[in-house]
Design a protein around this ligand. Structure first.
Ligand SMILES: Nc1ncnc2c1ncn2[C@@H]1O[C@H](COP(=O)(O)OP(=O)(O)OP(=O)(O)O)[C@@H](O)[C@H]1O
Ligand SMILES: [Mg+2]
Length: 266
């Protein structure tokens, strides 16, 4: 990727504290169009907090965020969704009592055509179920049979699949996934990774937060390493090994020690 390409999403010097806990401490992030950026770091490194700021679930205490080069201030999650950013949260944000189709269309329900929808505000439930089924099927989660099933009755992995399907279905510019495969079996994880790659092919930019190094190395174009609330390095699966990434992540290896081949952080 040439340096002339501008980031689609950028954070500069983000700060977020919870009382005395500094969750992010001047973190930067750059996401370029059409790339998969993996974000890795130890537990508590501030990965989830950072993406919560980028998706409007949290308000940063300091720093700047830009979408397509323009400053953004998200006051609620809906603001980021309206701007084309879809997020799969680590603590899956689904409404357990609603069914799968309703969860998929939460906040963007489709109304019936004509006056039934425009005047009587009637929902096109069968249309939503049909397209929910298509999205879930395309994800290869064949174990979900019935789109009318309440999400609270789904397995953890199936819930995760619903969240991922929702993000993929509606993301216009950026898709952020915080540990999207943590609850998934091998086959389902593989499907989600394929889906992430297909999003990239569609020109979307994806942030993938993951502790699973083989998955990260399989799909990421670049790897953002977060430590103690800051981005401390950006590497690629070609420039570095898994062991090196883990060593940088945990503080066992510094950039200087590795030599200068880490290149500039961009
Ligand atoms: N709502 C909150 N109130 C208080 N402290 C919080 C809150 N959310 C996060 N923190 C703290 O901020 C720090 C960063 O948390 P965060 O969830 O961003 O880490 P993470 O990198 O996503 O970790 P993991 O890999 O375990 O998901 C942690 O020390 C955490 O305890
Ligand atoms: Mg997290």
């Amino acid at each position: 990727m040439s340096n002339s390409v501008a980031p689609v999403l950028e954070a500069k010097n983000l700060v977020k504290t919870y009382g005395r806990v500094v969750a992010i401490d001047g973190a930067d992030l750059q996401l370029f169009p059409g790339e998969i950026l993996a974000v890795v770091g130890d537990n508590g490194a501030g990965k989830s907090t950072m993406i919560k700021c980028l998706s409007g679930a949290e308000t940063p205490d300091g720093g700047v965020m830009e979408l397509d080069g323009k400053p953004i201030t998200f006051r609620r999650q809906k603001d980021s969704r309206d701007a084309g950013i879809e997020t799969v949260y680590q603590t899956l944000a689904v409404s357990p009592a609603l069914d799968i189709a309703a969860n998929l269309y939460l906040g963007r329900e489709i109304r019936k055509k004509g006056p039934l929808g425009s005047i009587f505000r009637m929902l096109d439930n069968s249309g939503m179920k049909k397209s929910a089924k298509e999205h879930i099927t395309s994800l290869g989660i064949g174990t979900i049979q019935n789109m009318s099933q309440a999400v609270e009755t789904l397995s953890g992995g199936q819930r995760q699949a619903v969240s991922v399907a929702r993000a993929a279905a509606f993301g216009q510019k950026v898709i952020i996934m915080d540990e999207p495969t943590a609850a998934l079996g091998v086959r389902e994880s593989g499907q989600v990774l394929k889906l992430i790659q297909s999003l990239r092919e569609r020109g979307l930019a994806v942030i993938l937060i993951s502790h699973n190094m083989p998955q990260v190395f399989e799909v990421a174009d670049r790897i953002h390493i977060q430590r103690l609330g800051k981005r401390i390095a950006v590497v690629t699966p070609k420039s570095h090994t898994m062991n090196e990434v883990v060593a940088v992540m945990t503080g066992a290896l510094t950039l200087e020690e590795k030599d200068q081949t880490l290149g500039p952080i961009r």
